[in-house]
Design a protein around this ligand. Structure first.
Ligand code: ADP
Ligand code: GN1
Ligand code: MG
Length: 357
C-alpha cells in the first residue's frame, strides 16, 4: 500500500471522504508512527501502533479512553484546565482498526499547539512540569487498578537489568566487546536496584503517565501556557517518582536525547528547580513525605534506566526503539549515561533545591 492509498483507506474509515486528503508524519516518537491526516474540513492524528511493544491493543486503547473519560468529567466540573486527548471512532464505531494487518487509532488533532524536544528556558520547564502535575492531580481519585499493565514491569529496574544480562549472554550481534566501557559503567550502577527495592514499598501506587518526556505535552501557540498532556499509551499503575524523574531526564539537558556532544550534556539547575516547583504545586495536598523524598531516586533511576534500555536494544540489534542511523541507540545510551553522571556530580546542590521546595 502506498502512502496515499493508506491515507485514503484511513480517511474512508474515519469518514473524512476522498477529496483533498493529505497525510504527513508528525513528532519524534520512538515507538509508534504518528501522522497528521487532513481533509479540507478536518484534521486527525492517526497512529500506527507498534504491536511488538504493545501486544494488547484493546487494553492499550481502553486504558487511554478510561483516562480520557475521567479527565473530561474533571474538565466539565472545572477541576482540570488542560485540553483532553479525545479518541475518535471509525465510521463503524471502533476505537482501533486493522488495515493490511496493521493496527491504527485516531485522536482529535489539538490545534494551536506545538511540542518541543528540548526545553528552552525555565518558564517552559515550569509550565510543562505543572501540566504533568495537574494531570497527576486530576487522576488522584481515579482507581489506578482499572488500568491494565500493558507493558508489565515497565519501570522495573531489576527487570531491565535482567534483560541486559540476557542480551550480554546471547550477544546476538557480536556488539558486546565494542561496548565494554558502557557495559562496565552499567555494572557499576547495579546497586541502584537495592535503593529502589528499599524505597518502593513505602510509596503509594498511583495512576501514572510513565512517559513524561517533554515532547509528550503540547504548549499553546499563542501564550506561554500548557495546552495538553498527550501520549497516554503507558498510563499504568506506578510511582510518581518516575514521572518526576522522566521530566528531569528530558527537560534538564540543553542537548537532545541522542546528541553526541557529550561535553554539553548537563543538568541545568534552574530547570531542575522549575520542574520541582511546577510539579509539586498542583500536588501539594496529596503528595506524601515519602513520595517527595523519592523524587531524587526517581531522577537517578530514569536517567540511568532509559540509557540501559537504549544500550540493551543496541546490543540486541535495535529491535525496540526506532533508529535513524547505525549506532543510534548506542549514541542515545552514551548521552543518557553522561546525563546520569552529571546528575550525580550535582547531587548536593540538586537535593538542596528539591528539599527547599
Ligand atoms: P508517539 O507514541 O509517537 O510518541 P505521541 O502521541 O507522543 O506519539 O505523538 C507524537 C507527536 O505528535 C507529539 O509529540 C506531538 O507533537 C504530536 N501530537 C500527538 N498527538 C497530538 C494531538 N492530539 N494534537 C496535536 N499534536 C499531536
Ligand atoms: C519511548 O514513544 P516515546 O518516544 O514517547 C519509550 C519510553 C522512553 C522514550 C525514550 C513504550 O517513548 O519509555 O522513555 O522512548 N516508550 C515505550 O525517549 O517504551
Ligand atoms: Mg510520545
Amino acid at each position: 500500500m502506498t502512502y496515499q492509498e493508506q491515507a485514503l483507506a484511513l480517511s474512508t474509515s474515519y469518514g473524512l471522504g476522498q477529496q483533498g486528503i493529505s497525510i504527513k508524519p508528525i513528532g519524534n516518537g520512538h515507538i509508534n508512527t504518528t501522522l497528521l491526516l487532513q481533509s479540507p474540513s478536518s484534521s486527525l492524528v492517526v497512529q500506527k501502533l507498534n504491536t511488538s511493544v504493545f501486544p494488547d491493543i484493546p487494553n492499550l486503547v481502553n486504558n487511554a479512553r478510561l483516562i480520557e473519560k475521567h479527565l473530561t468529567e474533571k474538565k466539565q466540573n472545572a477541576e482540570y484546565e488542560l485540553s483532553v486527548i479525545k479518541h475518535v471512532a471509525t465510521a463503524e464505531h471502533n476505537y482501533y482498526l486493522t488495515l493490511n494487518g496493521e493496527n491504527w487509532r485516531a485522536l482529535e488533532f489539538i490545534g494551536g499547539s506545538y511540542s518541543q524536544d528540548v526545553v528552552e528556558n525555565k518558564q517552559q520547564a515550569r509550565i510543562a512540569a505543572s501540566a504533568f502535575g495537574q494531570f497527576a492531580k486530576a487522576l488522584d481519585d481515579f482507581d489506578a487498578k482499572q488500568l491494565v499493565d500493558v507493558i508489565p514491569n515497565f519501570h522495573n529496574l531489576a527487570m531491565r537489568f535482567n534483560m541486559f544480562d540476557d542480551v550480554i549472554e546471547r550477544n546476538p550481534c557480536q556488539r558486546v566487546v565494542e561496548c565494554a566501557a558502557e557495559i562496565e559503567f552499567c555494572q557499576s550502577v547495579r546497586p541502584l536496584v537495592n535503593e529502589v527495592a528499599k524505597l518502593e514499598p513505602k510509596l503509594p501506587l498511583r495512576a501514572c503517565h510513565n512517559d513524561t518526556k517533554i515532547n509528550n505535552m503540547l504548549f499553546c501557540n499563542k501564550q506561554d501556557t500548557a495546552k495538553a498532556v498527550i501520549d497516554l499509551d503507558t498510563c499504568m499503575p506506578g510511582y510518581w517518582m518516575y514521572d518526576f524523574g522522566d521530566m528531569v531526564r528530558t527537560f534538564c539537558s540543553p542537548e537532545e536525547e541522542d546528541s553526541t556532544a557529550l561535553d554539553k550534556v548537563t543538568v541545568r539547575e534552574e530547570i531542575f528547580e522549575a520542574i520541582v516547583q511546577g510539579y509539586v504545586e498542583p500536588l501539594k495536598e496529596v503528595l506524601t513525605e515519602a513520595e517527595k523524598e523519592s523524587f531524587w531516586l526517581g531522577a537517578k533511576v530514569m536517567c540511568f534506566m532509559i540509557g540501559l534500555r537504549f544500550l540493551t536494544d543496541h546490543l540486541d540489534g535495535d529491535n525496540y526503539f526506532t533508529i535513524h542511523h547505525k549506532n543510534h541507540n548506542l549514541e542515545r545510551a552514551r548521552n543518557q549515561f553522561a546525563l546520569y553522571r552529571e546528575l550525580i556530580r550535582k547531587e548536593t546542590r540538586l537535593k538542596q533545591i528539591l528539599f527547599a521546595a
